[in-house]
Design a protein around this ligand. Structure first.
Ligand code: DGI
Ligand code: FE
Ligand code: FE
Length: 214
């Protein structure tokens, strides 16, 4: 596997992003590396994924759409309704490969799915998804203290709590939208990911209970 030049990537991100987004990026990269240490994943991959995950976040909506269209990346209806939130991950994954030379499909998928998650995520995908949510600069989310502790003890537990909280946050947003804005901000992938992990947690609990009663 080709080794990434992290120093070079950092300089490129400093140029590409706003100061605030760059700060967030560094925080995600180091948080992802710390999670990789605890959970036995590759720290360089975690740093690379963290460094590049929002590489398309500061592009205009017009540019995001044109990157997707030019490169045959399909844009769903929901993505078209929320391009800034949903397309930066898809376009970012493309740029990570095309512009920044990343070849590792696990890193590219981690970037691709860092906003919505997806069913059956790899360890690196979970690490990036969680690091993006818990990095030290985040302040707002509910249960942040609990999720931060959990992330270093139980990766799947933290993942599920984030999925649950994100879904209820997004659903509460829909509730506040006025009737004129008849858009559903929820990407089906966000819901699918939540449902998948809800089932897999229920299965895990069931087999744990069965083992205890033996
Ligand atoms: O790019 P960041 O702000 O660092 O983080 P992100 O890529 O996870 O995007 C953040 C927002 O995306 C967060 O407020 C939750 C939101 N999000 C997750 N799933 C969906 C979503 N937003 C919409 N509109 N629809 C979704 O399904
Ligand atoms: Fe993002
Ligand atoms: Fe981010």
């Amino acid at each position: 596997m080709k080794k990434t030049d992290l120093k070079k990537l950092r300089k490129e991100m400093e140029k590409e992003l706003t100061a605030k987004r760059y700060e967030h990026t560094l925080c995600v990269a180091y948080t992802a590396a710390a999670l990789a240490m605890v959970h036995g994943a590759d720290t360089d991959s975690a740093m690379t994924a963290g460094m590049l995950h929002d590489c398309a976040k500061c592009l205009s909506v017009k540019k995001l759409i044109s990157i997707c269209k030019k490169n045959n990346l399909p844009i769903s209806e929901v993505e078209m309704q929320n391009p800034a939130a949903l397309l930066h991950a898809k376009a970012g994954s493309f740029l990570a490969q095309d512009k920044y030379g990343i070849e590792d499909p696990d890193i590219l998928n981690a970037i691709r799915y860092h906003t919505t998650g997806r069913p059956d995520m790899s360890r690196l995908e979970k690490i990036l998804y969680i690091a993006d949510y818990i990095e030290p600069g985040r302040k707002q989310a509910a249960n942040l203290g609990l999720i931060r502790r959990l992330a270093f003890q139980d990766l799947d537990g933290a993942l599920f709590k984030i999925l649950e909280d994100t879904l209820s946050y997004l659903q509460s947003m829909t509730g506040h939208m006025d009737a004129a804005a008849q858009t559903d901000p929820l990407d089906p992938m966000t819901k699918e990911t939540y449902e998948y992990y809800k089932k897999s947690r229920a299965r895990a609990l069931h087999s744990e209970n069965a083992a205890h009663s033996l």
